[in-house]
Ligand binder design. Structure first.
Ligand SMILES: NC(=O)c1ccc[n+]([C@@H]2O[C@H](COP(=O)([O-])OP(=O)(O)OC[C@H]3O[C@@H](n4cnc5c(N)ncnc54)[C@H](O)[C@@H]3O)[C@@H](O)[C@H]2O)c1
Ligand SMILES: [Zn+2]
Ligand SMILES: [Zn+2]
Length: 369
């Protein structure tokens, strides 16, 4: 069938919205008509080359839509079902899935190759195969994905809100609740208040943090951060140090969550300085793949018994956490509405990413008609 998608043809080029050809779903796959797709910073990494990829590629990995057709051997989905995509497939059977870490599913090995999980392509453009971001490609009106990437949801939640739990909200919330293990009374710093950081603030608040220090150079982000639960805001890591020291009587933050647009190794020593004895730094933001250097005091690490850990998809399990977070939204405990700053048409995707670079959005969302 014919559809339309935003394609990146090479690093540092604009998204090109053009017609694509889509094959029907094969065994275990479904055809989904997208309703909405969030514009996460991770797709920007495809454009800048911070994440290495193979072009041409359809971007987008934070999507929700309606199943239109199912291939053979699809057992749990049928046409008409509402789904949110997980940006890492969850097979349920590999050692990671079986141990309750489906964010580390062995099928994640296929993600950056840009193909379907079986290594072939369903998407084509100008007579050639197209790659897709993390087996999804949600910057497309339709896509074909494996059922392992789909989580069926109830139909009461608008899909433009539901798409947010496909990446940003689950990643940020999980970074605080699961990776950082925020406990009641903790002091928490969140560095970078985009989609990930705003959700991390909400996770820290729900986990009972006492003080939540939000750090972002953009004034609008600092103005919005208290809406998500931040108690204090600062424009930079350096400018946060003295006030956090005063506020915590020198104890600093038990948990620090890194959610900047692009992580920078040279900032790690100052991030560690915000962290308390026995405290934990959670690195959720993506650093350029090519970066190998980090400025870090390993003496501080040992003598203050600090930890630095990575966090992929907030350490979450999509089949539990996606419905769970939507339920927290229903109960009024998780704010999804305030996460969307602007809505765009697919044709306006480049404006949406420019707004992200300019710091105008917590999250921009593409709405399909
Ligand atoms: N680990 C994962 O599973 C995972 C999942 C999704 C996204 N990510 C990554 O998380 C990061 C954040 O994504 P996002 O979509 O929220 O990005 P975003 O661009 O919407 O927000 C990033 C924020 O960081 C702020 N910032 C930039 N430099 C800063 C600095 N030095 N100090 C403080 N704030 C700073 C920006 O002003 C912006 O508000 C990206 O690197 C993204 O690729 C990781
Ligand atoms: Zn993302
Ligand atoms: Zn698995």
């Amino acid at each position: 069938m014919q559809s339309e998608a935003a394609i990146c043809w090479g690093s540092h080029t604009e998204w090109s919205v053009e017609p694509i050809e889509l094959d029907p779903p094969k065994a275990g796959e479904v055809l989904v008509k997208l309703a909405a797709s969030g514009m996460c910073h991770s797709d920007e990494h495809l454009v800048t080359g911070d994440l290495r990829t193979i072009y041409p590629i359809i971007g987008g990995h934070e999507g929700a839509g309606v199943v239109e057709e199912v291939g053979p051997e699809v057992t749990d989905l049928k046409p008409g079902d509402h789904v949110v995509f997980g940006f890492i497939p969850a097979c349920g059977h590999c050692p990671s899935c079986a141990r309750g870490s489906s964010n580390l599913c062995d099928n994640g090995a296929a993600l950056l190759a840009g193909k379907q999980i079986d290594g072939t392509s369903r998407h084509h453009v100008r007579g050639q195969d197209l790659n897709v971001m993390v087996c999804l490609g949600t910057f497309s009106r339709h896509t074909v994905v494996n059922q392992m990437s789909c989580v069926k949801i109830l139909e009461d939640i608008p899909l433009e809100l539901a798409c947010l739990v496909g990446c940003g909200v689950t990643t940020g919330w999980g970074s605080a609740v699961y990776s950082a293990e925020v406990r009641p009374g903790d002091n928490v710093a969140v560095i970078g208040i985009g989609g990930i950081g705003a959700a991390a603030i909400q996770g820290a608040r729900l986990a009972g943090a006492e003080r939540i220090f939000a750090i972002d150079p953009v004034q609008m982000k600092r103005e919005l951060a208290p809406k998500f639960g931040a108690t204090h805001t600062y424009p930079s890591i350096e400018e946060a140090f003295d006030p956090i020291k005063a506020e915590t009587w020198g104890r600093m933050c038990q948990k620090v969550i890194c959610a900047m647009g692009v992580g920078r190794g040279e900032l790690m020593a100052s991030i560690m300085a915000l962290t308390s004895k026995n405290g934990r730094v959670v690195v959720t933001n993506i650093h350029p793949m090519a970066e190998k250097d980090v400025k870090l005091s390993l003496c501080d690490l040992t003598l203050m018994q600090k930890q630095i850990i990575g966090s992929l998809y907030g350490d979450a399990n999509i089949r539990y956490d996606i419905p769970h977070l939507l339920h927290l939204y229903r109960r009024g405990q998780l704010d999804l509405d305030a996460m969307i700053t602007s809505r765009y048409k697919l044709d306006d995707i480049n404006q949406g990413y420019q707004d992200m670079r300019d710091g105008r959005n917590i999250r921009g969302v593409i709405i399909y008609d």
